[in-house]
Design a protein around this ligand. Sequence first.
Ligand SMILES: *Cc1c(COP(=O)(O)O)cnc(C)c1O
Length: 372
Amino acid sequence: MDRDRILLTPGPLTTTLRTKLAMLKDWGSWDADFIAVTAQVRKRLLDIVQGHDTHVVVPLQGSGTFSVEAAVATVVPRDGHVLVPDNGAYCKRAAKLSQMMGRRATVFAVPEERPVSAAEVEAHLAADPSLTHVILIHCETGTGVENPLAEVAAVCERRGVGLIVDAMSSFAALPVDARTTRFDALIAASGKCLEGVPGMGFVFLRKAILDACAGNSQSLAMDLHDQHAYMVKTGQWRFTPPTHVVVALAEAIAQFVEEGGQPARLARYSDNCRELVQGMAELGFRPFLAPEVQAPIIVTFHAPAHAAYDFKRFYDGAKARGFILYPGKLTQIETFRVGCIGAIGRNEMRQAVAAVADTLREMGIPDGTPAS
Ligand SMILES: *Cc1c(COP(=O)(O)O)cnc(C)c1O
């Protein structure tokens, strides 16, 4: 097969040829040309959240988790206390990294099949005045559920606590407006809905809290306050930047703008999600989430109940037909996930469903009906 496999995963994801071609050139990290690319990327990222008046954006080397860790270490004082509503794997990861950095963390469990509610966040904040910050995962990629960012932000603002948002899998697809939604930090990365390649994250930091962040981080490399100060002074990254990733992101953002920005991206992903869920339903598959809480980012499906089902064989069958699926992340029930994001459209989703149908036939499974 000479076509690249289509990645139906939540990052890395399928990128355009134009984005890939942007990486065929070497750049000097101190050179004015590269400094200009960094500056342009930072400006365009702030454009996406209308954040020029209220926030700065600080890029950081590494995968998305590096930036979540950096944001918590930079924003939460060492004697701070974070509240983490937990409805999935990425919530648990955020709580764990907070604790590993020595921050006190209180986690409260929310069933994985429903969003966190702003009222329960408020009740926890009211019950424990030592809480200083909330960490919210915007789209919990473990299931695909969308958590109510604007409502939780309003509660945090009213209660005078900070808000850190992991918007990794939603940024540039779901709307976020920094003028009306108050957050101290919001984190995303190059290789998700902006459709760049993986290798860097970026954190929007609220200008009003920036000075107070100095000295919070116990890490040299992950200190976003320092990274920002250095970038303002020199235009450069503090340490070796992922140059090819940055230029690919610049090219990916140019295509994002040409497509029509966030509303257009949301429309395409929503269409992908509809096409997928409908096609899979015709094969008997059932999504784990109710449609009204499903973000159009990644869909968790119940595994077929049939005795011949085995994820590894299912995966290999889809792969042989050109599509990369994603394992489930739920501990109690067997599931698999299919991403709706990346440089793909409804044709690829239809072909993916056809590949799944073909794979089922090959495995001798009549349909995708899950256990009841
Ligand atoms: C992808 C993702 C991350 C970052 O994961 P990495 O593997 O470190 O890139 C963090 N949070 C969410 C919600 C994600 O979807």
